[in-house]
Design a protein around this ligand. Structure first.
Ligand SMILES: [Zn+2]
Length: 392
């Protein structure tokens, strides 16, 4: 079943219910400034088309009249969200609201683009629920053009790879490619803590430090999204060096491998990130000091983001998100150091840093592509076979 309401107005109604449902007909009419009769007609059409369902009755308190809210049926459509790191393929099957139904990850057998496309196809076939997904989203660290081509992805050593073409040639579904941070930010925007917020920012902590921003209800993105422009933001003139030689930049202070390196050096043995967090929690002095310095740096970055972009909140995620928990007090100190006391308190929301959260982000790129009908003429006949052949 395709997400093809009969006209633009039906599409608007369908999208409103997808993002904010369940909603009663009167709520919907008010939110979209539609005449009740128009809305009744459109909702009947969408129910008949199998896109909407009436959900169990809620008493509408104000009037006492019963109201039967409308909702989408999330399980009618499945999507595949894929995250590629330099050595691992992660994939999740989700429903229409990006709730994960199945998840798997496996090592990348090869980083050759054609081999990666084939491995994605094999994993898709294994994970699929009954039939191919309505769309596939792929997120990766790098610069993506037109939602189809990977201009550069340093972890995979890729340049100008027509990834959507390659995966569409191997799978029976339209494919949408995005920078992983863009995808993660969109997933918070549509179905995460950013739902219903016009302005919020995202910071992710992991091998790098990522930043995303939604302003006036739209993701800020351009051809430089994916370059990682905030990853080397200066935070502490006396902090540790990053690989590029900056002293106390975001990566030097906050990246997982920087924290591992500093705690390992201090304790004179190899210490992984999780253990470093546990040692700090247990009060081991060297680990505590290093994580507090990182927490303070994180606070200064949060303050910079809040001061420059005036978000309702700063969402912190990524596999290194536990830093913000274990060093919460230092983070608050860092925020206070760089924020005028007259300014409102910065709301910091921590979200899951699991690998599946990146796949969920990629699935949201697929869902957006599908429900906003971004496939256009790109899917199917317009694929360029020569470009695919060049990458075999
Ligand atoms: Zn740096």
């Amino acid at each position: 079943m395709a997400w093809k309401p009969s006209d633009d107005l039906s599409h608007t109604v369908a999208l409103e219910v997808l993002l904010h449902g369940p909603l009663s007909r009167s709520d919907l009419a008010r939110r979209l400034a539609l005449a009740p009769a128009t809305l009744t007609r459109i909702s009947s059409e969408l129910i008949d088309a199998g896109l909407f369902v009436e959900v169990p009755e809620l008493a509408e308190k104000r009037t006492g009249r019963p109201s039967i809210p409308l909702d989408v049926i999330p399980g009618t459509h499945h999507f595949l969200g894929v995250k590629l790191s330099g050595d691992t393929l992660m994939a999740a099957v989700t429903d229409l609201r990006a709730d994960i139904l199945r998840y798997e990850e496996e090592p990348l057998a090869s980083t050759s683009p054609v081999a990666v496309a084939a491995q994605i196809a094999a994993l898709e076939a294994r994970l699929r629920v009954d039939e191919p997904p309505a769309a596939i989203g792929i997120g990766l660290g790098g610069v993506v053009t037109d939602g189809r081509k990977v201009a550069s992805a340093p972890f995979l050593h890729w340049q100008e790879v027509p990834l959507a073409d390659l995966v569409e040639a191997a799978c029976d579904a339209p494919v949408f490619v995005a920078n992983d941070l863009t995808a993660f930010t969109e997933s918070q925007h549509w179905f995460g803590v950013g739902r219903g917020h016009e302005n919020f920012a995202v910071l992710t902590l992991g091998i790098g430090v990522g930043y995303g921003c939604v302003a006036n209800g739209r993701l800020l993105a351009n051809e430089d999204s994916g370059v990682g422009l905030v990853g080397h933001w200066p935070l502490d003139p006396f902090g540790p060096l990053c690989v590029k030689g900056h002293r106390g930049c975001a990566e030097g202070l906050l990246a997982i491998q920087s924290i591992e390196r500093d705690v390992s050096t201090a304790l004179n043995r190899p210490v992984g990130f999780e253990e470093a967090v546990e040692l700090a929690e247990a009060g081991e002095p060297a680990a505590r000091e290093i994580l507090d310095a990182s927490g303070r740096g994180l606070g200064r970055l949060v303050a910079a983001v809040a001061n420059l972009t005036a978000p309702d909140m700063v969402v912190v995620g990524g596999e290194g998100v536990r830093l913000a928990e274990v060093a919460a007090a230092s983070m608050r100190d860092g925020i206070r150091a760089d924020r005028d006391p007259r300014a409102s308190e910065v709301v910091v929301e921590l979200v899951s840093g699991g690998n599946d959260s990146w796949c969920r982000g990629a699935a949201v790129i697929a869902i957006q592509g599908y429900v906003l009908d971004r496939t256009g003429s790109l899917h199917g006949s317009q694929r360029n076979p020569r470009e695919i052949a060049e990458h075999r």
